[in-house]
Design a binder for this molecule. Structure first.
Ligand SMILES: *Cc1c(COP(=O)(O)O)cnc(C)c1O
Length: 383
């Protein structure tokens, strides 16, 4: 039996042909037809213009620079996220300020945002909203707060390609937004990202910065500092093939998530990640909350039991305000994110996971729960 990973790449079959075209035509650099094609096809799918970059992190770096983040500036960011949502603020000399989550979506809590905007002495240079695990944040109140306070919204849609909010795709709401094609995301270029915006001047600027900010003309002249952040034409070929599979991948991820939900429906203390009513949750990762007392064992006991059977499961993201890296950062609230982190588990969610293989995961969870953990069982029994 082979190891079951959390979220592995899933090729559709067309990728190799696009990659071969790059080899045959010798477009083996950061220019070429696959990059142009990938950007155009992305626009056709998501409805927003895009620049293909080397990673989602690079895209966030440029997005934050576009909205003017610089030394000493603050950026509001949810504390419950992957570290790449926050680090680019520091790349620019700014400081992230961390905000708590809401239980309905696990994403940025609009009430905490309002409180932070009202109480903060300094207006933040941007608000980063993250759509975790394939589900959008509650965008309407967030957008109206950003409008009221005149703060640009940056959407980190790295985990939410294919998700919607009130029928509109994630990543089309912010002043600028970013996507990731890292190997574990819903589609992949092995590594890559996209910056998307309706602001065409910004789009050109991001493309310019991503190619070392070389001024027009034949000589190597530079008036601004740039980066080497462009996507390779080979990898863009993988992206073109992957993009054609997106709808199917969303269906598959959702099927997997709801199969887990049904399998654990009778397990008291194993609660499915909320599916907020405002949009389509892709369930990029299938997530649950484990209630140690009700279920009779710890979340980590389940993760360890799965690991013993060569099945990869993980806690959800550890909040940024609990990271040593961000020990000095300001934070508004944080107890909801901490509670979600202590109880949250991500189960194997690869889109190729068939029913039989997923059955192995389900059996492993059920038997871990049945065996329980003496300590937790005693605590539950005595209370
Ligand atoms: C994956 C991810 C990123 C970073 O994307 P990379 O392409 O890996 O650099 C940023 N934010 C979130 C929320 C992510 O999950």
């Amino acid at each position: 039996m082979t190891r079951i990973y959390l979220s592995a790449p899933h090729m559709g079959g067309l990728e190799e042909e696009f990659v071969s075209q790059a080899f045959r035509s010798n477009w083996l650099s950061s220019v070429g037809p696959n990059i142009d094609g990938f950007e155009q096809e992305f626009e056709a799918v998501v409805g927003i213009r895009a620049v293909a970059l080397s990673s989602g992190t690079a895209a966030l770096h440029l997005a934050l620079r576009l909205v003017g983040v610089s030394t000493g500036e603050e950026v509001f960011c949810p504390t419950l996220t992957f570290v790449a949502s926050a680090n680019p603020v520091r790349y620019l000399g700014g400081e992230p300020v961390f905000l708590d989550s809401e239980r309905d979506s696990w994403n940025l809590d609009p009430n905490v945002l309002e409180d932070a905007l009202r109480r903060s002495r300094k207006r933040p240079k941007a608000v980063v909203v993250v759509h975790l695990f394939g589900q959008t944040a509650n965008l309407d109140p967030i957008i109206s707060l950003c409008d009221r306070y005149g703060v640009p919204l940056v959407e980190d849609a790295a985990e939410a390609l294919g998700a919607t909010y009130k029928g509109r795709p994630a990543g089309t709401f912010g002043a600028v937004s970013v996507f990731s094609f890292n190997g574990n995301k819903i589609i992949t270029t092995t590594g890559g990202g996209i910056l998307a915006t309706r602001n065409t001047a910004w789009l050109d600027k991001a493309r310019f910065w991503s190619q070392q900010a070389r001024d027009p003309g034949v000589a190597y002249e530079h008036s601004e500092m740039g980066f080497n952040y462009r996507m390779s034409n080979v990898l863009a070929g993988i992206g073109r093939g992957q993009l054609k599979m997106l709808d199917e991948r969303v269906r598959q991820r959702r099927t997997i998530a709801f199969r887990y939900r049904d399998a654990f429906a009778h397990v008291d203390g194993m609660d499915f990640m909320p599916q907020a009513p405002w949009g389509l949750h892709t369930n990029w990762l299938s997530c649950f909350l484990v209630d140690e007392v009700r279920i009779g064992c710890s979340r980590d006991h389940i993760i360890q039991s799965l690991a013993a059977r060569d099945i990869e499961a993980r806690p959800i993201w550890k909040p940024m305000h609990k990271q040593r890296l961000y020990a000095t950062a300001r934070v508004y609230g944080g107890s909801v994110a901490e509670d979600l982190f202590e109880r949250g588990i991500c189960l194997p969610s690869s889109s190729f996971l068939d029913e039989e293989t997923q059955g192995r995961v389900i059996d492993a969870v059920l038997s871990a729960v049945a065996r329980g953990r003496p300590r937790a069982r005693a605590a539950g029994g005595e209370s």
